[in-house]
Each structure stands twice: as C-alpha cells, then as structure tokens.
Write a protein that binds this ligand. Sequence first.
Ligand SMILES: [Zn+2]
Length: 419
Amino acid sequence: MEDMEPLKACRICKNTSLIKYLDLGKTPLANAIVKKDDIDKEEKTFPLEVMYCPQCHLSQLSVIVNPKIMFSNYPYRSSISKTFIEHCKEIAEIFKKSFDFKENNLVIDIASNDGCMLQQFKEMNFKVLGIDPATNLADIANNNGIETINKFWSIPIAQDILNTKGHAKIITATNVFAHVNDLNEFVEGVKTVLDKDGIFMIEAPHALQMIKHTEFDTIYHEHLSYLLINPLKHLFTEHEMRIFRVDETPIHGGTIRVFVCHNNAEHTKEASVDKIIEQEKNETLYNIEGYNEFSKRVEKTKKDLLELLDEIKKEGKKVAAYGASAKGNTLLNYFNIKSDNIEFIADDTPEKQNHFAPGSHIPILESSAIERENPDYLMLLAWNFAKELIRKTSDFEEKGGKYIVPVPEVKVVTSKDYE
Ligand SMILES: [Zn+2]
C-alpha cells in the first residue's frame, strides 16, 4: 500500500453506495507529534471524512492510511496509566467470574500493546500470548515475560498459533477493532484459532455515544470504523459466529464490550444484545438523518468555541489547554485553532513534552507550565477526564482560573460543576 488508499466499498457488507456526512478537512495523523527540528518541514496530511453505509449502518472513513505508518511505532503505552491497568484487571475478572474457564487455558490478546492485559490473565494462571505490530511495545512485553508476536493479526498468524499452541479459549481485542481495514480477514483469523466454546471479546467505542454526545473528536485516521452492534451482527453472521452478550462501560465517553462465539457454541444469548440494537434504532442510527443532525451539532460546537476564544482574546486573557491526545489534536485541527488562541498544551506524557501538536504546532509542555505561565482559562481537550484534571489543577482554580469544556457542548465550568 502507498501512504493511503481510498475506501472502495463498505468494509463489512461491500455496498459501494456510501453517503458522506462529515468532512473534517485534511489533517495530519492525530498522534504524529512534531519534533522541534521538523517544525519547518511540511507535514503529511490526509482527508478526514466519514461515510455511512445505508445497508449495514457502519460509519467508516473515506480513506485508509497505511497501518505501517500509524502503528509500527505506537507512542501510547498502556501500563503507564493506572486507570488502564485497573481496566485490564476488570476485563480479566469478567472472564474469571462469568465463564467457566480453567487454569492453563490459552488467552490471546490481539494488539496487546505492552502486555498490560495479558499480565492480568497471567496472574490468574492462564497461558497467554500477545500479538502487536509495534516493535517498541512487543519488546517491552517480551522483556516482561509476556510472549508477544511482533506482527499484524492475520489468518496465517492464527493458523501458526493453532499449529503450535492449539485453540484459544479466550481472544480479546481491546481498542483495535475500529482500527482494522480488513475486518473479514480479522474475524476469519479469530474463527480459525478460537476453541469451539471459546469467547472472542471486542472492546471498542460505541458510535451511538459518539453521535448522541457530539464526540466528533474521536474521529481520526486510526479509527477507520465507528461501530454499532447492528453492523457487527452482520459481520459475524457472515463468518458463522454470533454476538451473545454486550456490556456497556463509560470509558472514552462510551464503550461497548461485545462477546462473540461460534454459532453452535453453548453460550446463551443475553437480553443485552437486542436491547442495544433497539437503542441504536431509537437514536435514528439506521437512517442518514441521525448522522446529518450530528454534523449540524458539530458545526455549532465549532462556531461556539471559536466565538468564545475570540471573546477571551479581546479581553486580553490567556488560554492554555490540557491533554495533547489524538482527540485534542482532531479538535484543534478541525477548528483551525493555533497558538494565537491557545498558548500551550499541558500534557503528562514525557514523550510528548517539549514537542509540538501535529497541524496546529501548539507547544506541548509539562503540566507545571500551568503554574508558571498562569493562563486565565484551561481548555480540557481530554474532556473525558475533566473531573480528574480539574482536581489535579486545583491551584490553578484557586488563583481564579476557569475551565473550558468543548464536548458535548462548549461550556465554561468550575470544579463545582463536577461535585
Ligand atoms: Zn455496509
């Protein structure tokens, strides 16, 4: 593949009549932090447009950026975040409590990052195996005793595992399904190596929450698809598999855990599956209308935020932001916000500090810069952690600082709003 290729048909049902409903312009990759030495170089940009498939209701980007560019050296390391370790523990415990698995059963984690999830399963005496395309992360995992294959998931890899280690009882894929272009190959690989009563669990953002709460900033090039249960049902049916349970969690503004098994496995279908399909239908997500309304709300957010920033600037006040995440960069680039509006972005990831945000080129500084630079407003780009960030920056608020939360609608807030 070149750097990028256009989407020719729906990645689930192959329909070629897709409808565009959101155009966020041409932007650089949301994780492509710019180093000081590269600041004058031209950045690679790619169109960021979302298409709706009226046949299976999957939302998907109009282009596929070469995954080697996006994932071969992934900057995001799971185990750095305490919250994420807790999250991994929670998932491992679901499997231990809800299902009848035995010690030494094989667990495969696809896109296993630094082995954070498998570590939890290992502590419960499961056999574990990771797959991750990022060399830096696979190395960390292997060095920590979590066997990890440094490749993209595929049917041949699944076949190899089957031949050498046998069937897997559990296969997890958290935060990866929405990144995959060829979902049919991905699922066929899972089917190949999954035990007859095994469980495949996907965890991914639920597009219902994204649309309902105008979370357009979760749209970036890594996220090729915006998942609903209905298109997933369509996908698994094609592979003689079925969804038997769906859990909802509030992570990242609304996430679903989808539990899948072979058609003839013994797992009983739970009421949660049809309940969520009903919710999706009620939110008009099986009709382009629901998506057009979403786009209108995104436009309103843009207008409101730019007006607010202009007003603040006219008063001679200063704004900084918190969270140089992919989400934040999507928002800044789509709204064309630059360093004349936002002086810097505070971020706690050392690898990002003293570099620049992609596209906007706003400097990224360590969070102590908030005290030093003394801005009047902090815009919480990582709005999903608003409460946590406000608590962490109580000194800023005590000196009279205020917070701007851009999503789901633009608001100026204080800690009192989160009590
Ligand atoms: Zn489709």
